[in-house]
Design a protein around this ligand. Structure first.
Ligand SMILES: NC(=O)c1ccc[n+]([C@@H]2O[C@H](COP(=O)([O-])OP(=O)(O)OC[C@H]3O[C@@H](n4cnc5c(N)ncnc54)[C@H](O)[C@@H]3O)[C@@H](O)[C@H]2O)c1
Length: 317
């Protein structure tokens, strides 16, 4: 069986590819990205395709007639899409449409898993959202993800793909360096102090975030493809269960696990643009539907931090 991951050189794309490679049912795992992935395990089932999701011709060739599953992860992340409007529209909206069109015309009837985001929620939000909460994104990235979700919904209704759009919470802790997501600090304030480095927190300590660890995010992507379409019913859009923490709770977990010195490496300095974006996100969510479908959140912020230490850094207190 054959699977395609767009954004296959990205943070989640590589983790997903590694997880899929543990399953012998996949005879070919195609990784498409505008850059070649680095740091993947050796596996001759990986096929690397470097290209641009904004090119409909390239994308058209990507979905071959034998493609069973497509994970669509390629995207321009939130703050980048907010600053570069045209780029966000081209990659996040048009790229998604090109890929769905390629799937539709491939005659492969593939399953299509779209990595959406809780950034689809915005505006006058309740303290705890649920699946009935109206979708009013307040950043361009959220609008582009919403439009992608609606395309996935309609292409599924038409029988062109067997789609599902999974709204991922903010993924924490992301390894490596900060990226252009508005939420990148949520990883930095944990990751950097654990490595003895300074980190700036650009939002107030009482800011709340709905988060999920990379481990659970990969589990969610796998689960999203393991379920039959009938499990989702008419509504192919699903918010993945996460957990809500204040930024203070996140910083406190650093103090608890790595000590006072590490905690003091966090500098609190509000950036109004980031505060505005983060303040407009869903602070908490009743993800009963996702839980009934077998998706799982992390146990605690401490378990999120410990998972990062185990997976990404060698750390000794
Ligand atoms: N990480 C999170 O907190 C989070 C939360 C919610 C949703 N998501 C979504 O999950 C997906 C994966 O996120 P991630 O954190 O791995 O992001 P990432 O930035 O690490 O990966 C995205 C990949 O897309 C690729 N890409 C960008 N433009 C491209 C183009 N024009 N053509 C081809 N490839 C292109 C990038 O090179 C990158 O490797 C994204 O769709 C993102 O919106 C992520």
């Amino acid at each position: 069986m054959k699977v395609l991951i767009t954004g296959g050189a990205g943070f989640l794309g590589k983790k997903l590819a590694t997880a899929l490679s543990a399953d012998p049912k996949w005879s070919e795992i195609v990784l498409f990205d505008r850059i070649a992935p680095v740091g993947l395990p050796e596996d001759d089932r990986f096929t690397i395709e470097v290209g641009d999701i904004r090119d409909p011709v390239q994308v058209g060739k990507l979905v071959t007639n034998d493609m069973d599953l497509i994970y669509h992860l390629a995207a321009v992340v939130s703050a980048d899409a907010e600053t570069n409007f045209d780029l966000g529209m081209d990659v996040n909206l048009k790229g998604t449409h090109y890929l769905l069109e390629a799937a539709r015309h491939s005659h492969a009837d593939p399953m299509f898993v779209f990595a959406s985001s809780i950034a689809v929620y915005g505006g006058d939000l309740p303290e705890v959202g649920d699946d009935q909460t109206i979708i009013t994104p307040m950043i361009s990235y959220g609008v582009q993800k919403t439009m992608g979700e609606l395309l996935v919904q309609d292409y599924s209704r038409k029988g062109f793909v067997d789609g599902r759009a999974l709204r991922l919470p903010t993924i924490v802790v992301r390894p490596g360096k900060p990226n252009k997501a508005a939420s990148t600090f949520a990883s930095s304030i944990i990751r950097e102090p654990l490595k003895g480095l300074k980190a700036v927190c650009p939002v107030t300590a009482d800011s709340r975030m709905y988060i999920l660890s990379p481990r659970k995010a990969v589990d969610a992507l796998l689960r999203g493809a393991a379920l039959p379409g009938s499990a989702f019913g008419w509504n192919r859009r699903l918010t993945i269960p996460g957990k809500s923490f204040t930024v203070e709770e996140m910083a406190e977990s650093v103090r608890e696990i790595a000590g006072q010195k590490a905690f003091e490496l966090i500098e609190w300095k509000v950036d109004p643009m980031i505060q505005r974006i983060v303040g407009g996100w869903m602070p908490d969510f009743d993800a009963s539907r996702g839980m009934q479908l077998g998706f799982e959140a992390d146990e605690s912020i401490q378990s999120v931090v410990h998972a990062f230490i185990e997976d990404e850094i060698e750390y000794q207190n």
